[in-house]
Each structure stands twice: as C-alpha cells, then as structure tokens.
Design a protein around this ligand. Sequence first.
Ligand code: CTP
Ligand code: MG
Length: 220
Amino acid sequence: MSVNTVPTQRVGEKIWTIVVAAGSGTRFGSPKQFELINERRVVDWAVETARASSDGVVVVLPAAQAQREGGVVGGSTRSASVRCGLAAVPSDATIICVHDAARPFASEFLFHEVVDAVCAGADGAVPGLPVVDTIKFISSDNVVISTPDRSQIVAVQTPQAFRANVLRVAHSSNPESTDDATLVETNGGRVLIVHGDPLNRKLTTPEDLNWARAITRGEV
Ligand code: CTP
Ligand code: MG
C-alpha cells in the first residue's frame, strides 16, 4: 500500500478538524497556545498534525491573531469557539474532529483512531486514559458525597471525532461543556473511547509547558 492511499473505511469521507485556540489561558497566566516549544508555537504543533490528518482545518483564534494570520475569531467559552469553527466548516464535511490547540503532541495515529471509529459507525469517538487516583464526588463545601468505581472512569483528551451532522445538532442549542463528547452524549449519541496517549497531555499550567519543552529536548 502506498503511503498516500486512503484506507478503505475513509473512502468517501470528508474529514475536517477545528483547532480551538481562542482561550485566554487563565490557569497558565497568559494565552499558552502562543508559547514556543522548539521555535514553534504550541498552536502550530497542533495545527500541523491536524492538517496532516484531515482534508481541511479551521483554526479558531483570538480576534487579534485571527486578523493577523487568518483564521476564525473565537468566542468567550470553549463551546462558543467550537461553534465559531463549525460555522466555517464546509457543509460537505462528513466527519468533524475538534482538537485543543493546547495539546501539541497529539499524533496522526490518534486522529486516525478516532476518525476510524466514527467511520465504523460511532456517533463520536474520543481518546481516554485510565485514571490513577481515586476520584471523589464532593459538595461545594468540600464534603465527600461518594466515590465512583475507578475502573469505570477514563480521563478524556482531544482530538474528538464526530459524525458531522451529530456534532452540528449537538451544538444547535448553544450548550456549554468543557468538551464536545458531553454534548453528543447528552443528545443520546453513542460515543466510543479509544486508547488515549499519555504524551497527548494538555498544557494547562507553566509546569506543563516545561514538561513539553523537556520532552522535545529528550530530557523526559
Ligand atoms: N479555547 C477556545 N476558546 C475559549 C476557551 C478555550 O478556543 N473561549 C481553547 C483553548 O485555547 C484551548 C482549548 O480550548 O486550546 C482547551 O481549553 P483550556 O485548556 O481550558 O484553555 P484556556 O481556556 O485558554 O485556559 P483556562 O481555562 O486556564 O483559562
Ligand atoms: Mg478553559
């Protein structure tokens, strides 16, 4: 098989990816997606892999950057930014992936895993990793309410892939969530978990950026 051959299950699919990069990085202290890792911005790492894995990419940026470098202007929440991206995805896209710009090390393999699961019939597919800590549900005043069974819990990542119409319908009432799978599940969609990748860590704090830089220097 030549490297350019489209795998059978993806024939006839038009795969677009929305990279959301319009956040303000409150926990980081500044818009972390524009920090450099090895001379390239965090967002550029994410976009490069998205381009290699998709037929088209929409990059959602804060207004100033969108004006300067092209791209779509984002909204005040992640879900709003995804909707800004969705409006720019062509109507003939059949599968739409949503990816956080703050995850510079997602692999092409991971994109293919989630896309292939949707090709095979899922409404959505997201990478998940087992959680290592015991998880507690707590009240607003820090009292433990209960302890869920850890074996039934995964921590999810992006890219998250969806049948295009399912994602569009899930966003049609302008709902809010920290990821897109939640919106699809809430609408009754079947979302599959594929194996996540520990290297696909989301950069949330300055320590995460230090880790990412160390990885590229071969120090971790
Ligand atoms: N994002 C976005 N538009 C927003 C908020 C978030 O495009 N209004 C993007 C971020 O740029 C990031 C991804 O969504 O790539 C995941 O969000 P998160 O890690 O929470 O980033 P921020 O919202 O920027 O960080 P914080 O929550 O600490 O403010
Ligand atoms: Mg956020």
